[in-house]
Design a protein around this ligand. Sequence first.
Ligand SMILES: [Zn+2]
Length: 117
Amino acid sequence: MAKKKPVRLKTGARYKTENRIPVNKAKWTGYGSYDVAPEYYSDQEFRCCDCDSNEIWTAQQQKYYYEGVRENIYATTMRCRKCRTYNEAVKEDQKRHMEKMVKEEPHLNEKYLKKNT
Ligand SMILES: [Zn+2]
């Protein structure tokens, strides 16, 4: 099982338990690279590229990312959950808007302009 030991984070004066979980090498594809799978995933600190906050990319999230979704091994997370959720909502909004636009009747001027060009 995961070995737990307290570790002090650089980001603040709070203590967290270090998270380590073993890599399932059968699921870790390596995406055709010659890299050898690591033994463990461990929590990583990162800075969100949108809001600049210091965040932790947990070992569990990494396992899901590389073994569940099978993301490229050279890809890492860039955004905190808050920014990711926000971006997903914006994209979802754009998608809904475009679907609505397709269903709508074109504006009268649009028909007129297309006829005369
Ligand atoms: Zn963020």
